[in-house]
Design a protein around this ligand. Structure first.
Ligand code: NAD
Length: 430
């Protein structure tokens, strides 16, 4: 099939590369010329495990192409996948649909032959209706169906999730697009389960899922706070809870709060949708509030660990919002470091992939280390803010710190081993 993907970000690029790998002809479009130039020059523009290899292979074979010109991609496409950003508005946290509507408008006059337009971006309920109207108003003769195709991939696992999705949800108001969708997913070695719903349900499934996961994380963080007060251990509590198949063990790991480009944005957007619909979604509202406060509480925990240390240096491990990505959008690490900078601390940070993204935010206000050992050298506290696998193999004995204190907000180290190695260990919920 001929596939056009609009937007080459964390969703669009793995999606385009994935479909090319499955044998389709893909053209990816992005407005940012620098991104397209880089991709055309064979340089990947973001980090995702396993993506670069597939990108190079399919770019070399010509199965995936990149352009800034939507007119080069749309007319031949059997399916157009819209994967542009849907950022929050600053005041209300309402999702801003400007890029979706722009893309719809740009597509409209270039459609030729029957085309399925699939919105993969996360959009509020009813945006599919609005985008369809934009296209119909601009090009009444266009032969198309517009479906909602929400994306559930996890950053850091985008390639794996593309080829092994838990579920594919397609929201459509008629059955005509089904043939194209079925053909698209027939190319999978093992065809995923496809759930067909009406378009508005599909749009809400995405928000309801992300908000549920965010609430689950916030819940275990609150339980962790309670564990600290009553002498329980949150890891034992979470393990015991997770054995109940109705609860499940995932997303029960306490930490410095949820972040990333999705959970904060999507909880805010869902809360806004509910307020507008006069529905009390207080559980989501409380998670948003509590999650914001948690970052401050964690920064205070680090400050407390430095009591009595003159001119302390903080070694930070992790800048990305989670392991396996270079994405620092709404990263708890970024927010916590910002709080610590307000208090005037010197910060030396290390991240395996996200240093360049963090430099765009902090510039020279913090120092960037080339390894965990480099960050820790001469520091007064080692703070773990992101759960990178590589941090687990750090040998605490070898760290040349000035003061041996660890604030481990990701349960990277074993508390008993850290204590045996002469560290003061401050964790979460134990
Ligand atoms: P992103 O910001 O990384 O990428 C969006 C890209 O779209 C940018 O490169 C931008 O230049 C491009 N763009 C915007 N308007 C365009 C236009 N008219 N024509 C061509 N290109 C255009 O965003 P992302 O993280 O990939 O997220 C995209 C959508 O997918 C969002 O709605 C997000 O909520 C959703 N989503 C993201 C994830 C994730 O893990 N990042 C997971 C699931 C869903």
């Amino acid at each position: 099939m001929n596939i056009c993907v609009i937007g080459t970000g964390y969703v669009g690029l793995p999606t385009g590369v994935g479909f090319a790998e499955l044998g389709h002809k893909v053209v990816c479009v992005d407005k940012i010329k620098a991104k397209i130039d880089a991709l055309n020059a064979g340089k990947i523009t973001l980090f995702e495990e396993g993506l670069e290899e597939l990108f190079r292979k399919n770019a070399a074979s010509g199965d995936i192409k990149f352009t800034t010109e939507i007119s080069e991609a749309v007319p031949n496409a059997d399916i157009i996948i819209i994967a542009v950003g849907t950022p929050p508005r600053a005041e209300t946290k309402e999702a801003d649909m400007r890029y979706i509507y722009e893309a719809a408008s740009e597509i409209a006059e270039r459609l030729s032959g029957y085309t399925v337009i699939a919105i993969k971006s996360t959009v509020p309920v009813g945006v599919g209706d609005d985008a369809e109207k934009i296209i119909r108003d601009k090009n009444p003769k266009a032969d198309f169906d517009l479906v909602s195709m929400p994306e559930f991939l996890r950053e850091g696992f985008a390639v794996y999730d593309f080829f092994n999705p838990d579920r594919v949800v397609i929201g459509s108001n008629n059955g005509r697009a089904k043939t194209v969708i079925e053909a698209l997913y027939d190319s999978y070695k093992q065809k995923p389960n496809i759930l067909y719903t009406n378009r508005r349900s599909a749009e809400l499934i995405k928000y309801a899922s992300n908000a549920f996961l965010a609430v689950k994380i916030h819940y275990i963080n609150e339980i962790a706070d309670l564990c600290e007060k009553v002498g329980a251990n949150v890891y034992e509590v979470a393990h015991g809870m997770g054995l109940d198949s109705r609860i499940g063990s995932k997303f029960l790991k306490p930490g410095p709060g949820y972040g990333g480009s999705c959970f904060p944005k999507d909880t805010g957007a869902l809360a806004y949708i509910a307020r507008k619909a006069n529905v009390d979604l207080s559980i989501v509202e409380m998670a948003i509030k509590g999650n914001g406060e948690r970052k401050i509480a964690m920064a205070n925990r680090i400050t407390d660990a430095l009591q009595g240390v003159a001119k302390p240096t903080i070694a930070v491990l992790g800048l990305a919002f989670k392991g396996g990505t270079d994405d620092v959008r709404e990263s708890p690490a970024i927010e916590i470091i910002s709080e610590l900078l307000k208090k005037g601390f010197r910060i030396k940070a290390y991240d395996p992939e996200a240093t360049a993204s963090a430099k765009a935010i902090f510039g020279d206000r913090i120092e960037y280390a080339v390894s965990a050992n480099d960050a820790a050298k001469g520091a007064d506290v080692l703070v773990v803010l992101t759960e990178w696998e590589e941090f687990k193999s750090i040998s605490l004995k070898e760290l040349q710190m000035r003061t041996k204190v660890i604030v481990d907000l990701r349960k990277t180290f074993d508390k008993q081993i850290a204590i045996a190695d002469g560290f003061t260990y401050i964790g979460i919920g134990e």
